[in-house]
Design a protein around this ligand. Structure first.
Ligand code: FAD
Length: 480
């Protein structure tokens, strides 16, 4: 059988593209190497806890949020329940302790009260984040700059800059190498007045997208690793696959008119394309940096942390040794006893991740595969246990009673992300969004091959990947 579209990878980008195309009557085949759909948007079970692999908060839904249209179009609102996240984040660094609301007016008032000398800078910052698209349109053609430079030009107080950078890890690891344009659009959406968590975990969203594909005549094959994209002349015509984990390495081929790639672009260049084409793509992406990865400590609690007195959904902890923006990249590579982290307490919303009276939470910090890949098995496990212990101690200082409430802790490293997504270096946001980052490589692909993932032109995160998938589907449909 020749499908209309084969999708390589079942992360949010691939699933969204597949759901839209299937609803539009296309014969879709999605191939995913893992045993469940979702990539980073998955959950896993430990005892009676459902552990959220990735999602802390998804920007929106709000009036300017494209996902509102996408969810409506795909019928997702009948299938998933989005829970409001109560605040954007709490920021703590030993000198400051502040809760930043999602509503920009409230955030402005609170910050001006704390930093009256920076009133003008605070107003400028929020003008930029809440009018990002207009400002970018007005500045079209002018060179991009880094967020760090913008903050140095706009804000005087170093702690205020750090507060505004609390959630930098949602996008990148260094304020001086993240594109201001990219940051403004992404952060502007979090300041759109709302953010959400998917009730029951992000797996619910991934499962819903998979169900839409299947209910509309599409096929999803899990445990199927795409090993090669096959060409006839200039055009890709299909893929070769291997049943993942199958000792006999049974292989099969599938054919389609269009190929959508949700697997990473470096994987496409280095492994999936024929060598001559892969070399061309590798050349085009050689100046793009691979984005950071994340380390997570997944926690199951025998009590709800809300019941022991925690009142914050998402708390960002910066070590007091971070005095200015310049200290951030070094801290992201420092020992875990001082590295900045966020703690997410899912019991603050009715997350449905744990039985009544219990709860789940997660510590998350920027991390790099290079910290882990050279370790032998024993050292790797020992380091994971040490990291869990260090973060548990730091969380006990933040939330007294944390350790006592703890039932289990498990660490996922960048190597874990790499194993389950096949993303190089365990990258979670695709290419690093450096100032002036280009997406020229997308134009060099054959006309019936598309990228739908965090590695596409919208960047990473739930929103970037969902937009990428949906827009790719529209491109395919428009072409017809
Ligand atoms: C710990 C963590 C916390 C996060 N927190 C947030 C958050 O709070 N908010 C937010 O917006 N974003 C967050 N993110 C980022 C967000 O989850 C990702 O950017 C996004 O989900 C990436 O989607 P994607 O479509 O690029 O695919 P990915 O999730 O990267 O998945 C790619 C899929 O392709 C499959 N695949 C790869 N190669 C092949 C192949 N050859 N054959 C078959 N299948 C293949 C993989 O198995 C995988 O399922 C977080 C991520 C992590 C890991």
């Amino acid at each position: 059988m020749v499908y209309d579209t084969i999708i390589t990878g079942g992360g949010l980008g691939g699933l969204t593209a597949g759901a839209k195309l299937a609803r539009e009557g296309k014969k879709v085949l999605l191939l995913e190497q893992h045993d469940r759909p979702g990539g980073c948007a998955t959950t896993f079970k430990r005892k009676d806890f459902t552990m959220e692999v990735g999602l802390h908060e998804m920007d929106g839904p709000h009036a300017k949020d494209l996902k509102v249209r996408i969810f409506k179009d795909l019928g997702l609102n009948d299938r998933v329940n989005l829970l409001d996240v109560p605040e954007f984040y709490r920021f703590v660094n030993g000198r400051q302790d502040v809760v930043i609301p999602h509503n920009p007016e409230d955030a402005i008032s609170k910050l001006i009260e704390m930093f009256p000398g920076d009133e003008q800078g605070i107003r400028t910052y929020f003008h930029y984040v809440t009018n990002s698209r207009k400002i970018m349109a007005a500045n079209a053609g002018k060179p991009d700059q880094s967020l760090g430079t913008f903050l140095d030009e706009t804000i005087i107080d170093e702690d205020l800059k750090l507060i505004l950078l609390g959630n930098l890890g949602y996008y990148h690891d260094d304020p001086y190498s993240i594109s201001l344009h990219y940051y403004l659009v992404a952060q502007g959406s979090y300041y759109g007045g709302n953010a959400s968590y998917v009730k029951g975990g992000s797996q619910q969203l991934s499962n819903a997208l998979m169900a839409i594909i299947e209910e509309n005549g599409g096929t999803v094959k899990l445990n199927c690793l795409v090993t090669e994209i096959m060409f006839e002349g200039q055009q890709p015509v299909g893929v070769r696959c291997e049943v993942a984990g199958d000792k006999d390495k049974s292989v099969f081929s599938e054919y389609a008119k269009e190929i959508i790639v949700n697997a990473s672009v470096p994987t496409l260049a280095g492994q999936l394309l024929p060598q001559d084409r892969g070399n061309i793509l590798s050349e085009q992406i050689k100046n793009l940096n691979i984005g950071a990865s994340l380390l997570t400590v997944y926690y199951g609690f025998r009590r709800s942390l809300f019941d022991i007195g925690n009142r914050f959904y998402s708390t960002f902890v910066f070590d007091p040794s971070i005095k200015t923006q310049k200290d951030i990249p070094g801290n992201n590579r420092a020992g875990f006893e001082t590295r900045s982290f966020t703690f997410v307490d899912y019991s603050q919303v009715d997350s449905a991740l744990a039985p009544k009276g219990k709860s789940v939470g997660a510590v998350c910090c920027i991390d790099y595969a290079s910290d882990w890949e050279a370790l032998d098995r024993k050292s790797y496990l020992k380091k994971k246990a040490d990291v869990a212990e260090m973060f548990t101690t730091r969380c006990e200082n933040l939330i007294p009673g944390f350790r006592d409430a703890l039932e289990l802790a498990e660490v996922g490293t960048p190597m874990t992300v790499k194993r389950y997504t096949l993303n190089p270096e365990g990258a979670v946001y695709g290419f690093a969004q450096n100032p002036g980052k280009h997406a020229g490589y997308l134009q060099s692909l054959p006309e019936n091959m598309y990228i739908a993932s965090a590695w596409g032109k919208f960047g990473g995160g739930f929103s970037g990947s969902i937009y990428s998938g949906y827009m790719t589907a529209l491109d395919v449909l428009r072409k017809k």
